[in-house]
Design a protein around this ligand. Structure first.
Ligand SMILES: Nc1ncnc2c1ncn2[C@@H]1O[C@H](COP(=O)(O)OP(=O)(O)O)[C@@H](O)[C@H]1O
Ligand SMILES: [Mg+2]
Length: 325
């Protein structure tokens, strides 16, 4: 696919590092720190050995996860996933319902034990949650209703023992980043679902985690809100240079936001295909209506729909087997 993109990953990396330092030290301005630097990324970042100089931040080696169901039978949820995620990459995971996406994400975050293989974050094995290094945003609104927006946002720093003034200043900076500094004193019930998820994103970012894992963060929102939030997330990621792994069932969201899209197979989920999204950043609404967007979306859809049918068939067979008893 000839896109005329030039490849300056080094520049991108330097920019992200500057930004991260700036956010960490409170020099964030209300306007985007990077307005439009036309960050150019590699147009063919593959799994390994692709010449992408960005360091590998998260590595999965033959990760498998099986569950023991209450009746004693075994469910193989994820089978032998191997993957390298590079610093600053945005990777989406898409696949049929029940194929193991959440399981894989949880295994990456140390929330679910692997039954085979290993997960390495910056070279260290991930065997339990690492709240300092791995941030999570889930689909369900996870804010504490009795705490104000600010009090919710400071929680990660509070657990870390950061003193009150510093943690509140940091939380306000991240609330500003997601456009919600003005409602720091409100309570979650006073916020729309989209706003609550923006607070959850701000909260996940306050500890400056190396990786942000998001499991259908906009899944409970209406389409317009999720389109807007997708755009905002793209801006936040540009500004912070965060490495993000996003589980989504929205093709448009995956194509708009990602450098790479992993299509998972029917259960037990493995990586069926990796689709590159070689579009310039920052991405604009023009990209949403471009031929390239349609082309990538169609490619992902074709790959996904096969697996959706396979998964539906497998579900039906399990249902019949359970009925037979
Ligand atoms: N804690 C659990 N115990 C037993 N089975 C589980 C558990 N969590 C998930 N599963 C099963 O593992 C499979 C994959 O689930 P999940 O990772 O949630 O899929 P997805 O996120 O792709 O919809 C499903 O069959 C699900 O029922
Ligand atoms: Mg899930």
């Amino acid at each position: 696919m000839a896109l005329g993109l030039r490849h300056h990953p080094g520049r991108h990396l330097a920019t992200s590092r500057r930004l991260r330092r700036s956010l960490a030290h409170g020099r964030t301005r209300s306007k985007p720190v990077i307005q439009s630097t036309n960050i150019e990324r590699s147009d063919v970042p593959t799994q390994t050995g692709d010449g992408d100089p960005r360091p590998v931040i998260l590595r999965a080696e033959n990760v498998s996860v099986s569950y023991q169901s209450a009746s004693g039978s075994r469910v193989d949820a994820v089978r032998e996933v191997s993957l390298d995620i590079r610093e600053g990459e945005f990777v989406s995971i898409i696949g049929p319902s029940g194929c193991g996406k959440s399981t894989l994400l949880r295994a990456f975050g140390g929330l679910t034990r692997t039954s085979g293989g290993s997960v390495l974050l910056q070279g260290d094995p991930v065997t339990r949650p690492k709240p300092d290094k791995i941030g999570f945003v889930f689909q369900d609104y996870t804010l504490f209703p009795w705490r104000s927006v600010l009090a919710n946002t400071v929680m990660g720093l509070q657990f870390r023992g950061v003193d009150r003034r510093e943690r509140e200043a940091t939380a306000r900076r991240y609330l500003e980043l997601v456009g919600l500094d003005w409602c720091a004193d409100s309570f979650p019930a006073e916020l729309s679902g989209g706003m609550q998820q923006r607070v959850a994103i701000a909260r996940a970012l306050t500890t400056d985690p190396a990786v942000l894992l998001m499991d259908e963060p906009f899944g409970a929102l209406d389409e317009q809100t999720r389109t807007l939030l997708g755009g905002e997330l793209a801006g936040i990621v540009e500004k912070t240079g965060k490495t993000v792994l996003l589980v989504t069932h929205s093709l448009a969201e995956a194509v708009f936001l990602s450098d790479r899209i992993l299509v998972m197979s029917a259960r037990p989920g493995c990586i069926k295909e990796i689709v590159q999204v070689p579009a310039e950043r920052p991405r604009t609404e023009e990209f949403l209506t471009s031929a390239l967007f349609d082309e990538i979306r169609a490619k992902v859809f074709a790959s996904l729909i096969e697996e959706v049918h396979r998964q539906a068939q497998a579900n039906e067979e399990s249902r019949r087997a359970a009925q037979r008893g």
